[in-house]
Write a new protein. Structure first.
Length: 719
């Protein structure tokens, strides 16, 4: 697995130290680091790591930095590989947020900062608040290195649902340092390792040391950290108090620092996780720290002082010096106890395993947005519910946005799918909400039904969205105009020309593809044939549910009751058929604009005892399984789900020979009988033949396997 990191520089800070240990310990993955500010003091150490590649962009302009990172991400996305970026500082977070406006990838924020303190100016607060706002839209995970940091950031608005805590981890210490033996003339060196930064409180330490050194001339204060040599304000303070026992180190060598000091002090206004305290303890250096970060999990309370409290710091230092001089066994026991606690709580392997789990999870995770008008009735909507499950099996987290109301809902949805109901009466009224989703953190969007498709296309354009958009076309537009010409249908036909602005057009049959390319003038290279999913496990399971059958023998129709479905042809044909076959019934499941007309027709033909029009049933499969055959009379289709489901349950089907769909199934070898659209007598003749049909089970099993294989190969190619 390739893992990418963006960091300001490779200096001696806690973020850099942790990153170094992670890469050094990781024997399985390859890491690439993007530097955006400067090389840093430990750049050479990283260069020695075999599994680490460094791309130094620090001398490039902002635009070139972003362009180079964007190109690498884009190349990975084009190869259909998921890419994981870890950002380690606020500046690097913001860089990747900008890139994620244009291309989607997995972004893990490492927040290793204490949050906002009273020392933060407006300029210091700004990147924290920018990161907070953008993390809600673009972050996939936020890793804090302390519970203290997590609490402080969430308090100001950072998203709680994305966060986890992985405290710093440390390899088992193997540092050796001789015992400190004090006598009257021995120098005692107190040290603080901290770079020049408004969070670091050198003033409190210097003031406390000044008071101590007045009575104890063999005390020395040793300060080391990046930027201290050029800190005129610090030098001026030391000069003003005229204390010659304060030394500012000219080197930044960490090990040299710990060798020189006897007692380590961390005086700070705020820390996330006091890394340097543990580093001191590992090197057998006694440590005292201000009450910051998760310090209470590291040091006993006797070694912790209040922030900015120089008198308490002085008191704690005097107590520690006294214990070292007069109670060597006790201080050794305390030191050993602290070291043992650190080794148990902060074992590096345990912390690294948590990072590995997160990387593994996110390397297989992509986010998909699916948009449907409703969850009632149509086959297109059912296919989208199946598609959610297929996407989840291919590593996607799916969000299904339903334009309409939560109730009624016909289809069951996988529990892993996140459902969002917009509660709009028309797709057009949901445009604003859909645009917001296109600003969201998704790799892919899929929509179905022409109205949803057009709204999603405009949402993608208006939002400058970086996600890919696939629109599904499930009908033959020219046939709609042929059989049902209206201004509305003509506008829908014309609007389909905007499909060219999507990334891909998913067609469920060759007939739909040909109609789009020939009549709508859609580009051929934009079209991908994705057969309808049939979710075999769900169909078989539900078809075995028992029910009280009072209709047998019966034929079945299930679908919308609309002009397209032309159900009156079925009823008329059944009327002729039933004259000589009175034992048969006809079950019609569906809702739609034609329902009242069909009910009147049943009454006029005096078929009330043999034709039953019912509302949609959530489990239509048990009715299919127990029927003599399934009927369809559409004027136009793409690829009718009801036929696929029936054939999968080894039921013969009778359909009108509309332009697309049924005849393709017949060509595949399925037992599909066809009659011309609006030819009632021929449909009645075929219905008679259907009643006598015996299904070849072995043939159907082979055909179902072939269809299923074709579908899943298409899914693998596409996703």
């Amino acid at each position: 697995m390739k893992i990418f990191h963006v960091i300001n520089s490779l200096g001696t800070g806690g973020s850099e130290s942790m990153l170094y240990e992670i890469i050094k310990y990781d024997k399985k993955n390859v890491h690439t680091i993007f530097l955006i500010s400067e090389k840093g003091t430990v750049y050479k150490n990283f260069m020695k790591l075999n599994n680490c590649k460094i791309l130094d962009y620090s001398n490039l302009s902002l635009f070139k930095k972003l362009k180079n990172i964007f190109k690498i991400i884009k190349d990975y996305k084009n190869s259909k590989k998921q890419i994981i970026f870890n950002t380690w500082m606020y500046k690097s977070h913001i860089y990747l947020f900008i890139i994620k406006l244009f291309v989607s990838f997995q972004l893990i924020l490492h927040v290793r900062h204490c949050g906002i303190t009273k020392q933060h100016s407006l300029i210091n607060k700004l990147p924290i608040y920018i990161t907070m706002y953008l993390s809600k839209k673009f972050a996939d995970k936020i890793i804090y290195n302390s519970h203290f940091s997590k609490f402080n950031h969430e308090k100001i608005g950072y998203p709680k649902n994305l966060s986890t805590v992985i405290q710093n981890g440390y390899p088992h210490s193997n540092f050796k340092k001789g015992k400190i033996k004090f006598d009257k003339n021995q120098k005692i060196v107190i040290g603080m390792l901290a770079r020049k930064n408004f969070i670091k409180d050198h003033d409190t330490l210097i003031n406390a040391f000044q008071k101590l050194s007045k009575k104890n001339k063999n005390l020395f204060l040793y300060l080391q950290g990046a930027g201290l040599q050029n800190d005129n304000k610090l030098k001026e303070k030391i000069s003003k108090i005229n204390c010659k026992n304060i030394i500012i180190s000219k080197t930044l060598d960490k090990e040299n620092f710990f060798k020189k000091i006897d007692i380590h002090v961390l005086s700070s206004y705020g820390e996330s996780f006091p890394n340097v305290v543990i580093e001191a303890i590992q090197r057998n250096v006694h440590s005292i720290a201000s009450q910051v970060g998760d310090i209470k999990q590291i040091l006993p309370k006797d070694f912790i002082f209040k922030i900015e409290d120089e008198d308490e710091l002085k008191k704690k230092l005097l107590q520690l010096i006294f214990m070292i001089k007069n109670q060597p066994k006790k201080i050794t026991q305390i030191k050993n106890s602290i070291q043992k606690s650190i080794n148990n709580k902060f074992r590096f392997k345990d912390q690294f395993d948590q990072f590995s789990l997160i990387w593994k999870e996110h390397s297989n995770t992509k986010n998909a947005l699916l948009v449907v008008p409703s969850l009632v009735g149509g086959g297109a909507e059912r296919v989208m519910t199946y598609l959610c499950e297929d996407l989840e099996n291919n590593g996607y987290k799916t969000t299904l946005v339903i334009i309409g109301q939560k109730s009624p809902t016909q289809y069951e949805i996988n529990k892993k799918t996140k459902l969002v109901y917009l509660n709009k009466s028309r797709t057009l009224f949901a445009t604003k909400e859909i645009i917001k989703y296109f600003f969201g953190n998704y790799d892919l969007a899929i929509s179905t039904i022409v109205q949803c498709n057009i709204v999603c296309i405009f949402a993608k354009i208006l939002s400058f969205s970086r996600m890919r958009l696939f629109v599904r076309e499930t009908n033959t537009p020219s046939e709609i105009l042929k059989y049902d010409w209206s201004i509305k249908n003509y506008l829908s036909f014309f609007m389909r020309k905007f499909y060219n602005y999507s990334d891909l057009i998913l067609c469920n049959s060759n007939g739909v593809k040909l109609d789009l390319t020939k009549n709508v003038k859609v580009k051929k290279n934009k079209i991908f044939i994705l057969p309808n999913s049939i979710n075999a496990n769900q169909i078989l399971k539900k078809s075995n549910e028992k029910f009280k059958d009072i209709y047998s023998p019966y034929f079945l129709y299930a679908g919308r009751l609309s002009k397209q479905k032309n159900v009156h042809q079925i009823i008329n044909a059944f009327h002729y058929f039933s004259m000589t076959n009175k034992i048969y019934k006809l079950l019609i499941f569906g809702q739609g604009s034609e329902k009242k007309r069909l009910l009147r027709m049943v009454k006029r033909l005096k078929l009330e005892r043999s034709v039953f029009i019912k509302s949609f049933n959530k489990n239509i499969f048990k009715y299919i399984r127990n029927s003599k055959g399934v009927l369809l009379s559409s004027k136009w289709e793409g690829m009718p789900n009801i036929l696929l489901q029936s054939l999968h349950l080894n039921k013969p089907v009778l359909s009108t020979d509309c332009k697309s769909g049924p005849k393709e199934l017949k060509k595949l070898g399925y037992n599909v009988k066809l009659a011309p659209v609006n030819d009632t007598l021929e449909y009645a003749n075929q219905l008679k033949l259907l009643s006598k049909t015996k299904v070849n089970l072995k043939k159907n099993i082979i055909l179902n396997k072939k269809y299923s294989d074709t579908y899943y190969k298409s899914i693998d190619r596409l996703f």
